[in-house]
Every structure is written in C-alpha cells, then in structure tokens.
Ligand binder design. Sequence first.
Ligand code: NCN
Ligand code: DMD
Length: 348
Amino acid sequence: MNMNTIHSLQQQLQQLIDEKTKPVGALGVLEQIALQAGLIQHTTKPAIIKPHILVFAADHGIARTGLVNPYPPDVTAQMALNFINGGAAINVFCRQHQIALQVIDAGVQSDVAAETATFIVAKMGYGTASYLETEAMPEATALAAIAKGRELVKQVAGTGCNCIGFGEMGIGNTSSASLIMSAVTGESIAACTGRGTGVNDAQLSIKIKTLEQVAEKHQLATFAHNPVALLSKVGGYEIAMMVGAYLEAAAQKMIVVVDGFIATAALLLAKGLQPDVQASCVFAHTSGEQGHEKMLHWLNAKPLLQLGMRLGEGTGAALAIPLIQSAVLFLQEMASFASAGVSEAHNA
Ligand SMILES: O=C(O)c1ccc[n+]([C@@H]2O[C@H](COP(=O)([O-])O)[C@@H](O)[C@H]2O)c1
Ligand SMILES: Cc1cc2nc[nH]c2cc1C
C-alpha cells in the first residue's frame, strides 16, 4: 500500500466509525483498534477469523544456576504437560473465548510428550547454555529458530486465521527479556529487572548483580542494533521462535496480539529486524513485571488492559482478543445515523 492509499483508507474508516450511532469518539480505544484492524487487513470491513494462540516453551541454562529464578527449571516441562492436559490458565481462557491453542516445545530440557495436532515438537536443543559461562546458542541456531517460528505461523495462516497471539513458558526467561530490553533501550539492568515468578528482595539484588555481570561479559550494549547477536548471546529458543513468529504474522497481514514482558522483549528484536512489524501489533496488557511499562513506553505502545497480571503463557493476549473482536464487530454491525434515522449533533 502506498502512502496515498493508506491515507484514503484511513479517512474512509474514520468516517465509517464516526457515522455509527454514538457520540463521536464514544467507543474510545475500541475505535482506534477498529481503525488499525482495517489498515492491517487493508479493508473497510475488517473481521476476526479463527483467532489462535501459540505458546512457545523452552529452558534456559542460567536457570540451572539458581541465581535468577525461584522455581526449578523442571517446572517448564511440568507446565508444558499441564498445557497439553488443558489445566493451565491459558487453556481456560482459550476455551472461554474459543481461541485455538497450540503449544510448541522450542527447547525444553527434557522430552515432554509425543507430537499431536496441538503439541508441536520443534526442539532447537535441550535448554540453552548458561550465558554466565558462554553464549546461549550459536547464531545459526537463533536463525533456525526464527525460521521455525515463521514456518509455524505460515501454517496457522493457512488455516484461515487472521488474528494471532504469542505466549511463552520458560523458567528463567525474564532474565533473557531484561538483558534484551537493557541492550535495546539503553536502560540500566536494574531498571529492566523485576521479580519474575517471585524472587524476594535478597534474590532480586542477586538477580540484578548476575545480569549486570552477564551484560558486561558479553558487551551487550554494543549489540543494540543486532537482534540475532542478542538472541545468540542471551536469548532463549522460545524467544527466538517468537521473533520469527512476529515477522511472519505481520507479513501475512495478521492482527498480532502482544502479551507480557517476555513476549514484548521478543517484539523489540523483531522490530529491530523489520521496523514495520509494530503496525500489525495490538498490545494486550501492561504486565505487573517491573520493566514492562518502560518497555511499552519505549515502543510508544498503549496496551488495552491493566490487570496486574504477570503470568505469561499468552494469558493477556487471550483476554484482549474478545475486545479486538468487539472493535471489529461494532464497525461491521452498528447502524449509522442515516440508516437508523438518529439525529446527529448540532455541531456535526
Ligand atoms: O508475561 C509476563 O509479563 C511474565 C512476567 C513474569 C513471569 N512470567 C513467566 O514466568 C516465567 C519466567 O519467570 P522467571 O522468574 O523464571 O524468570 C516464564 O514462564 C514466564 O512465562 C511472565
Ligand atoms: C507455576 C508456573 C506457571 C507458569 N506459567 C508461565 N510461567 C509460569 C511459571 C510458574 C512457576
């Protein structure tokens, strides 16, 4: 779409929104989402078809040190099994809102289960290496994970889905996200580091010191504009796959629903590779994880929900999808002042 076409489509959408039987602007942020959905789908009649969430699970070498996370790494595989059995929060919300859900083993440290239609085995390794010692993964592996993320989203797009959210599960992955955030935004490690699954005050200061050492060891600040190097040095397999997933979803003109702290850190990297991806993104919520608000501010993003959630799994995305559906439905179904015979304001 060239700039003139975008401008004219934007004007048409805004006019349709303003002609609906409501005071101008009275549906607030939903009006912005309806407009954005039309621009993403390049139509004045956007629709949400077969909404879908992909949850990427993987383990992190750093988590085995016990320096940055209160829960043991075994929880990643145990929660992956919980997803398969339908017992996690993301299962509940996806059932509630009729969102299709698939879980991807991007690199859990043990074998979780055999592949099925809803559990995909795409292991890039059995957990990353500890970036306290060495790089998390070779650059070739980061690139392979990005390619796999793209391939998975292409398959989902092939089912007719045009709205997708990405979640993650990985003990230790708030540390990767904090390191990525600090490198990309230039904020200090302390400003980018939160409690994750729940470290106490003493553990938080150890987490910050550990991550400061890692940032120094790998000279992360020098890789602010090199997403693949950041993935290789301090990333995770699930984060790398999400990067590819964002890139493909935007290329497929899908509405992309961005979840919490780790999911947004992956978007920082995707945006580093393809600045246009953000135009396809709706930000679901501000996570309770310290640092997420700053990350969103850096992106100039205005999330839909503020629920103090900090679970991950794509749970924020699942709660936001019905709001996005409401936004496109009001545009599709509401009567206009003319069609309903309602009088407009005197100042119209
Ligand atoms: O989405 C978020 O904002 C979020 C914030 C804090 C924690 N999490 C989840 O908690 C796990 C990582 O926490 P940690 O303390 O092990 O680094 C991982 O499985 C994430 O899905 C997720
Ligand atoms: C129990 C548990 C569930 C999670 N879901 C996403 N991250 C998680 C971390 C833990 C510890």
